[in-house]
Ligand binder design. Structure first.
Ligand SMILES: Nc1nc2c(ncn2[C@@H]2O[C@H](COP(=O)(O)OP(=O)(O)OP(=O)(O)O)[C@@H](O)[C@H]2O)c(=O)[nH]1
Ligand SMILES: [Mg+2]
Length: 320
């Protein structure tokens, strides 16, 4: 199961206490308390492993090390170790405490999630001409602590949408080396699948139905994985008695989820063309051609039609 949303608590380390101590060397009396060390910070770092959020499935609390307390003889406390959490590229980090959102876009990119607390000053730092033997020190400050929601948004170029059972996964498997599960029933695909067509990433997502946006079927949460795509491939099955109605159903659900999805460029495909006679195909294609002059009928059993899809992808790739 792909984990694409988690809530965690991150805490940076507390700064160490400053020390109150006096020089033990009898020749030079005076304050000698060291300062506390800086608390460790918590960072997030981008990695290419899309399943990296899996590490947060059971463990939810993450804390960097506290700074060590200062000691006598001017010895400052050690700085606490930082904690680096690896998250997949495309993760949006919502800070639920402050309301800030930030996204990890590149592998190796590091952002600060919670800053470590400053260490307290030891009494040596309070020495002045008027107070040559101060007994003051500071306690060290707490590190920042936040509750965060990590949400993975795939960075796919092409999103596959359509009703269940229209052949989305079958096409992904033909075009890429993905092994998306295919079966002759609705909701075979339960989690989004990605496939690489050269440098283009294609995202096959679960089927949508009337009412998905209201929670029917598998809902629409997975649509966030196609929010970033440049183009949508919309699949309609030749088996459908009402291709235009199917088209409208999907568009409605997309719009209810996020209107911006409707503004993306879209290509329409009538799938499983091998199941119809040329005359039947022509009839079912007519209303779709009106919506998209480049709409085509395809079948995974018809190499010529697959070549047309590859040609479209090559054009998209060239423009990227
Ligand atoms: N005849 C024919 N059958 C096809 C074609 N493409 C897919 N199928 C069949 O249609 C059924 C559904 O295919 P899937 O690829 O699982 O469909 P899907 O759109 O991913 O379905 P969900 O994951 O449930 O949304 C399977 O039985 C496939 O073998 C095609 O071009 N021609
Ligand atoms: Mg599928």
């Amino acid at each position: 199961m792909l984990i694409d949303e988690v809530k965690i608590r991150v805490s940076a380390g507390h700064g160490g206490k400053g020390s109150v101590a006096f020089n033990t060397n009898l020749m030079s009396l005076g304050p000698a308390g060291g300062s506390g060390g800086l608390g460790g910070s918590v960072y997030a770092e981008g990695v290419s492993d899309l399943s990296a959020l899996g590490q947060f499935r059971f463990k939810k609390e993450f804390a960097a090390e506290n700074g060590m307390d200062g000691r006598g003889q001017f010895r400052d406390g050690h700085v606490g170790s930082d904690l680096v959490l690896k998250v997949p590229v495309g993760t949006v980090i919502h800070n639920l405490t402050t309301g800030a959102d930030i996204e990890i876009q590149k592998t190796g990119e590091r952002i600060t999630l919670a800053k470590g607390g400053l260490g307290g000053k030891g009494n040596f730092q309070f020495k002045s001409s008027r107070n040559t033997s101060p007994k003051q020190s500071q306690p060290g400050l707490p590190g920042e602590a936040f509750t965060m929601r990590l949400e993975l948004k795939f960075i796919a170029d092409v999103g596959f949408v359509g009703l269940p059972n229209v052949g989305k996964s079958s096409l992904l498997n033909v075009l890429t080396n993905a092994k998306s599960k295919v079966a002759n029933y609705a909701f075979t695909t339960l989690e989004p699948n990605l496939g690489a067509y050269y440098e283009l990433i294609l995202a096959d997502i679960p089927g949508l139905i009337e009412g998905s946006s209201g929670g029917k079927g598998l809902g629409t949460k997975f649509l966030r994985h196609i929010e970033r795509t440049n183009i949508l491939f919309h699949f309609i099955s030749s088996e459908s008695p009402t291709p235009l109605e199917d088209y409208k159903t999907i568009r409605k659900e997309l719009g209810l989820y996020n209107k911006e999805l409707l503004e993306k460029p879209e290509r329409i495909f009538l799938t499983k063309s091998d199941l119809l006679t040329p005359a039947e195909l022509k009839k079912k294609m007519a209303p779709l051609k009106k919506l998209d002059s480049k709409a085509i009928a395809i079948s995974i059993a018809d190499d010529e039609s697959i070549k047309k899809v590859q040609k479209m992808l090559n054009d998209i790739k060239a423009k990227k």
